[in-house]
Design a protein around this ligand. Structure first.
Ligand code: OOG
Length: 241
Protein backbone atom coordinates (compact mmCIF):
# COMPACT_ATOMS: atom_id res chain seq x y z
CA UNK A 1 0.00 0.00 0.00
CA UNK A 2 1.19 3.53 -0.75
CA UNK A 3 1.38 6.20 1.96
CA UNK A 4 -1.85 7.71 0.59
CA UNK A 5 -3.64 4.34 0.57
CA UNK A 6 -2.65 3.71 4.18
CA UNK A 7 -3.88 7.19 5.16
CA UNK A 8 -7.17 6.60 3.32
CA UNK A 9 -7.67 3.28 5.12
CA UNK A 10 -7.29 4.91 8.54
CA UNK A 11 -9.42 7.87 7.48
CA UNK A 12 -12.24 5.50 6.48
CA UNK A 13 -11.94 3.64 9.78
CA UNK A 14 -12.33 6.98 11.58
CA UNK A 15 -15.42 7.85 9.54
CA UNK A 16 -17.13 4.47 9.87
CA UNK A 17 -16.05 3.47 13.39
CA UNK A 18 -14.89 0.13 11.95
CA UNK A 19 -11.46 -1.03 13.15
CA UNK A 20 -8.78 -2.06 10.65
CA UNK A 21 -5.81 -4.44 10.99
CA UNK A 22 -2.54 -2.91 12.17
CA UNK A 23 -0.62 -1.54 9.18
CA UNK A 24 2.51 -3.37 10.37
CA UNK A 25 0.71 -6.72 10.22
CA UNK A 26 1.91 -6.76 6.58
CA UNK A 27 5.52 -6.01 7.54
CA UNK A 28 7.52 -3.33 9.28
CA UNK A 29 7.01 0.38 8.65
CA UNK A 30 9.66 3.03 9.34
CA UNK A 31 8.88 5.92 11.67
CA UNK A 32 9.41 8.27 8.72
CA UNK A 33 6.77 6.48 6.67
CA UNK A 34 4.46 6.40 9.69
CA UNK A 35 4.66 10.20 10.04
CA UNK A 36 4.15 10.52 6.27
CA UNK A 37 0.91 8.50 6.64
CA UNK A 38 -0.14 10.72 9.56
CA UNK A 39 0.45 13.90 7.51
CA UNK A 40 -1.40 12.43 4.52
CA UNK A 41 -4.37 11.73 6.82
CA UNK A 42 -4.35 15.31 8.10
CA UNK A 43 -4.17 16.54 4.49
CA UNK A 44 -7.37 14.57 3.77
CA UNK A 45 -9.06 16.32 6.69
CA UNK A 46 -7.81 19.73 5.53
CA UNK A 47 -9.23 19.06 2.06
CA UNK A 48 -12.61 18.60 3.76
CA UNK A 49 -12.28 22.02 5.39
CA UNK A 50 -10.76 21.13 8.76
CA UNK A 51 -8.11 23.47 10.11
CA UNK A 52 -5.08 22.72 12.22
CA UNK A 53 -5.73 23.59 15.87
CA UNK A 54 -2.54 22.32 17.49
CA UNK A 55 -0.46 19.31 18.34
CA UNK A 56 -0.53 16.59 20.98
CA UNK A 57 2.10 14.45 22.55
CA UNK A 58 1.63 10.82 23.48
CA UNK A 59 3.38 8.47 25.89
CA UNK A 60 4.75 11.32 28.00
CA UNK A 61 3.72 9.44 31.15
CA UNK A 62 4.81 6.07 32.46
CA UNK A 63 1.22 5.05 33.17
CA UNK A 64 0.32 5.45 29.49
CA UNK A 65 3.49 3.90 28.14
CA UNK A 66 2.99 0.87 30.39
CA UNK A 67 -0.70 0.59 29.50
CA UNK A 68 0.10 0.43 25.79
CA UNK A 69 3.53 -1.25 25.91
CA UNK A 70 5.06 1.58 23.86
CA UNK A 71 7.57 3.97 25.38
CA UNK A 72 8.83 6.62 22.92
CA UNK A 73 7.19 10.03 22.97
CA UNK A 74 5.13 10.66 19.80
CA UNK A 75 3.49 13.71 18.24
CA UNK A 76 0.17 14.08 16.45
CA UNK A 77 -2.00 16.85 15.00
CA UNK A 78 -5.24 18.32 16.31
CA UNK A 79 -7.85 19.96 14.09
CA UNK A 80 -10.68 22.36 14.88
CA UNK A 81 -13.25 19.64 14.21
CA UNK A 82 -11.81 17.50 17.02
CA UNK A 83 -12.59 20.22 19.56
CA UNK A 84 -15.60 19.84 21.86
CA UNK A 85 -16.72 22.79 23.97
CA UNK A 86 -16.31 22.43 27.73
CA UNK A 87 -19.52 20.76 28.94
CA UNK A 88 -20.35 19.57 25.41
CA UNK A 89 -21.19 16.06 24.21
CA UNK A 90 -19.27 13.24 22.56
CA UNK A 91 -21.05 10.50 20.63
CA UNK A 92 -19.41 7.24 21.71
CA UNK A 93 -21.27 5.26 19.03
CA UNK A 94 -19.43 7.07 16.24
CA UNK A 95 -16.05 5.93 17.54
CA UNK A 96 -14.33 2.54 17.37
CA UNK A 97 -13.56 2.05 21.08
CA UNK A 98 -12.92 5.51 22.53
CA UNK A 99 -11.08 6.11 25.79
CA UNK A 100 -10.49 9.27 27.80
CA UNK A 101 -7.46 10.73 29.53
CA UNK A 102 -7.05 13.74 31.84
CA UNK A 103 -4.36 16.10 30.58
CA UNK A 104 -3.07 19.64 30.70
CA UNK A 105 -3.15 21.86 27.61
CA UNK A 106 -1.04 24.88 26.76
CA UNK A 107 -1.89 27.76 24.47
CA UNK A 108 1.04 28.82 22.30
CA UNK A 109 1.97 32.34 21.23
CA UNK A 110 3.48 33.65 17.95
CA UNK A 111 6.95 32.29 18.76
CA UNK A 112 5.58 29.01 20.10
CA UNK A 113 5.97 30.31 23.65
CA UNK A 114 3.58 29.14 26.37
CA UNK A 115 0.87 31.72 27.07
CA UNK A 116 -1.60 29.88 29.27
CA UNK A 117 -2.47 26.50 30.69
CA UNK A 118 -5.80 24.70 31.05
CA UNK A 119 -7.13 21.39 32.35
CA UNK A 120 -8.08 19.18 29.41
CA UNK A 121 -9.71 15.93 28.44
CA UNK A 122 -8.40 14.01 25.48
CA UNK A 123 -10.51 11.33 23.84
CA UNK A 124 -8.31 8.83 22.07
CA UNK A 125 -9.65 6.13 19.76
CA UNK A 126 -7.30 3.76 18.03
CA UNK A 127 -8.50 2.83 14.57
CA UNK A 128 -6.81 -0.56 15.01
CA UNK A 129 -8.45 -3.75 16.19
CA UNK A 130 -8.36 -4.34 19.94
CA UNK A 131 -6.65 -0.96 20.53
CA UNK A 132 -3.32 -2.66 19.84
CA UNK A 133 -0.46 -1.25 17.80
CA UNK A 134 3.28 -0.85 17.37
CA UNK A 135 4.89 2.58 17.66
CA UNK A 136 4.80 3.07 13.87
CA UNK A 137 1.13 1.99 13.73
CA UNK A 138 0.01 4.52 16.33
CA UNK A 139 2.06 7.32 14.74
CA UNK A 140 0.42 6.61 11.36
CA UNK A 141 -2.98 6.69 13.12
CA UNK A 142 -2.32 10.28 14.24
CA UNK A 143 -1.48 9.03 17.76
CA UNK A 144 -5.09 7.84 18.24
CA UNK A 145 -6.31 11.47 18.36
CA UNK A 146 -10.12 11.67 18.31
CA UNK A 147 -11.39 14.68 20.28
CA UNK A 148 -10.33 17.12 22.98
CA UNK A 149 -12.00 19.41 25.48
CA UNK A 150 -10.33 22.44 27.05
CA UNK A 151 -11.21 23.94 30.44
CA UNK A 152 -10.59 27.54 31.53
CA UNK A 153 -7.21 29.09 30.65
CA UNK A 154 -4.90 30.31 33.44
CA UNK A 155 -1.59 32.18 33.16
CA UNK A 156 1.24 29.72 33.54
CA UNK A 157 3.19 29.65 36.69
CA UNK A 158 4.33 26.36 38.02
CA UNK A 159 2.41 23.27 37.00
CA UNK A 160 4.84 20.54 37.98
CA UNK A 161 3.10 18.74 40.84
CA UNK A 162 -0.64 19.25 40.60
CA UNK A 163 -3.05 16.48 41.53
CA UNK A 164 -5.04 15.17 38.55
CA UNK A 165 -8.32 13.31 38.87
CA UNK A 166 -10.63 11.73 36.30
CA UNK A 167 -14.26 11.28 37.35
CA UNK A 168 -17.18 9.44 35.77
CA UNK A 169 -20.55 10.62 37.14
CA UNK A 170 -18.75 12.14 40.12
CA UNK A 171 -16.82 8.96 41.01
CA UNK A 172 -13.03 8.94 40.76
CA UNK A 173 -11.85 6.46 38.10
CA UNK A 174 -8.16 7.48 37.81
CA UNK A 175 -5.74 9.70 39.69
CA UNK A 176 -2.27 11.01 38.96
CA UNK A 177 -0.11 14.10 39.10
CA UNK A 178 1.09 16.54 36.48
CA UNK A 179 4.58 15.41 37.59
CA UNK A 180 3.75 12.16 35.75
CA UNK A 181 3.90 14.12 32.46
CA UNK A 182 7.64 14.19 31.56
CA UNK A 183 8.44 14.99 35.20
CA UNK A 184 6.98 18.46 34.58
CA UNK A 185 4.45 19.23 31.81
CA UNK A 186 6.41 22.38 30.91
CA UNK A 187 8.89 19.97 29.31
CA UNK A 188 6.19 19.24 26.73
CA UNK A 189 7.11 22.44 24.90
CA UNK A 190 10.77 21.67 24.15
CA UNK A 191 9.74 18.08 23.41
CA UNK A 192 7.07 19.29 20.95
CA UNK A 193 9.48 21.77 19.35
CA UNK A 194 12.08 19.07 18.84
CA UNK A 195 9.61 16.59 17.41
CA UNK A 196 7.79 19.18 15.29
CA UNK A 197 11.12 20.14 13.69
CA UNK A 198 12.03 16.51 13.14
CA UNK A 199 8.70 15.26 11.80
CA UNK A 200 7.24 18.32 10.06
CA UNK A 201 4.53 19.58 12.44
CA UNK A 202 3.80 23.27 12.86
CA UNK A 203 3.42 25.05 16.21
CA UNK A 204 1.07 27.82 15.12
CA UNK A 205 0.28 31.10 16.88
CA UNK A 206 -2.77 30.59 19.10
CA UNK A 207 -2.67 26.82 18.77
CA UNK A 208 -3.02 24.20 21.48
CA UNK A 209 -0.42 21.78 22.79
CA UNK A 210 -1.80 18.75 24.63
CA UNK A 211 1.00 17.58 26.90
CA UNK A 212 -0.09 13.95 27.22
CA UNK A 213 -2.04 11.92 29.74
CA UNK A 214 -1.31 11.95 33.46
CA UNK A 215 -3.00 8.56 33.97
CA UNK A 216 -3.84 5.44 32.00
CA UNK A 217 -6.77 5.91 29.60
CA UNK A 218 -10.26 4.76 30.65
CA UNK A 219 -12.85 3.30 28.24
CA UNK A 220 -15.92 5.44 27.56
CA UNK A 221 -19.52 4.36 27.37
CA UNK A 222 -22.59 6.39 26.53
CA UNK A 223 -24.47 8.36 29.17
CA UNK A 224 -21.54 9.39 31.35
CA UNK A 225 -20.58 12.77 32.77
CA UNK A 226 -16.79 12.78 32.38
CA UNK A 227 -14.75 15.32 34.28
CA UNK A 228 -11.04 16.04 34.75
CA UNK A 229 -9.92 18.05 37.76
CA UNK A 230 -6.43 19.49 37.98
CA UNK A 231 -5.60 21.09 41.34
CA UNK A 232 -5.17 24.84 40.96
CA UNK A 233 -6.36 24.82 37.33
CA UNK A 234 -10.00 23.83 37.79
CA UNK A 235 -12.05 21.32 35.87
CA UNK A 236 -13.30 20.44 32.40
CA UNK A 237 -16.09 18.11 31.41
CA UNK A 238 -17.87 16.35 28.60
CA UNK A 239 -21.01 14.25 28.49
CA UNK A 240 -21.05 11.08 26.42
CA UNK A 241 -24.11 9.97 24.46
C1 OOG B 1 -1.82 6.65 21.89
C2 OOG B 1 -2.02 8.06 22.39
C3 OOG B 1 -1.38 8.25 23.74
C4 OOG B 1 -1.06 9.93 25.60
O1 OOG B 1 -1.53 10.92 26.17
O2 OOG B 1 -0.16 9.26 26.07
C5 OOG B 1 -1.67 9.57 24.29
C6 OOG B 1 -2.74 5.66 22.53
O3 OOG B 1 -2.53 5.27 23.67
O4 OOG B 1 -3.68 5.22 21.86
O5 OOG B 1 -2.39 10.37 23.75
Amino acid sequence: MTIEERAALLDRATATGQAVPQLTSDGPMSLEDAYAVQHAGIALRERRGERLAGVKLGFTSKAKAEQMGVSDVIIGSLTDRMRIEDGGTFDVGRGVHPRVEPEVAFRLGPDAELLAVAPALEIIDSRYRDFRFSLADVVADNTSASAFVLGPWTRIDQVDALAVELLFDGETVATGSTADILGDPLRALPAAQRMAAEYGHRLLDGSVLLAGAATAAVALKAGTHVEARVAGLGSVSVRTE
